[in-house]
Design a protein around this ligand. Sequence first.
Ligand code: ZN
Length: 98
Amino acid sequence: MSDPLSPDSQGEKAPRQRYVLDDRGFDEVPKKYRKFYRRWEGAGDSLAPNEVLCPVCMVVIRSTRELRPGDRVYCMACMARMKIVRGEDGKLEAEVVY
Ligand SMILES: [Zn+2]
């Protein structure tokens, strides 16, 4: 597994915007996976359309593709599996799948 967004994710059909990820120095995962994660910087930080916050360890999970409700992502930092849902405020959130 490389990109946390699994390839079988069921999203809407429109083409997704793609993103080039940079290494933000997230050192809790092996170097080759660092660009897929970054630390949440708290108030003032915001999520891009390809990012979602892990509700378990509060690490930002980043994909090379825009995220959509129904996508499944994996947090390598805490090993939680999540599903993307649209929250009450209209923003994307990750819901842990047990
Ligand atoms: Zn996590």
